[in-house]
Write a protein that binds this ligand. Structure first.
Ligand SMILES: [Zn+2]
Length: 121
C-alpha cells in the first residue's frame, strides 16, 4: 500500500518554508479522543502535515491548520512559539445529511525552530 500524496496544490512543509532548517512540534490534544494515546502530538520538519488531523472519532472535516501559525512565526524568524488551536470540524451524521454539533477538541502545541543561515542571500 502506497501512501497517498497530498493534493497537487498543497506544498509540503519543505517547499513552503525552505528557510526553516529544523522544526519540532510538541503538542497535546484534548477533547474527544478515540484513544488516550492520541493526545500526544509530535512532528518534525520532515513529517509535518499542513493540517494536523483531529482525533475525535466523530469529527467531520476537522483538523488544525498549522500553516497560518507557521507563516506568522517564520516571517519574524521566531525560534519558539506556543499556541492553542481549536478544531473547526463538526460531529455530523456519517451520511453527511446535516451539520452536527461543533467539535470541541483543541490542540495546544509548542514549536521550536532553527533557520538556514544564508537563505535569501
Ligand atoms: Zn475535531
Amino acid at each position: 500500500m502506497k501512501p497517498q500524496p497530498f493534493l497537487g496544490t498543497v506544498p509540503s512543509f519543505r517547499e513552503a518554508y525552505p528557510e526553516v532548517k529544523t522544526l519540532r512540534l510538541e503538542g497535546e490534544q484534548r477533547g474527544e479522543l478515540a484513544r488516550e494515546s492520541q493526545s500526544a502530538v509530535n512532528y518534525t520538519e520532515s513529517d509535518l502535515p499542513q493540517i494536523i488531523p483531529c482525533a475525535n472519532p466523530r469529527c467531520q472535516q476537522g483538523g488544525y491548520d498549522l500553516f497560518t501559525s507557521l507563516s506568522t512565526v517564520t516571517q519574524n524568524r521566531g525560534t519558539s512559539y506556543e499556541r492553542e488551536l481549536f478544531c473547526n470540524g463538526h460531529e455530523g451524521s456519517p451520511q453527511g445529511r446535516r451539520r452536527g454539533d461543533p467539535c470541541c477538541n483543541a490542540l495546544k502545541f509548542s514549536l521550536a525552530l532553527t533557520y538556514n543561515e544564508n537563505s535569501g542571500a
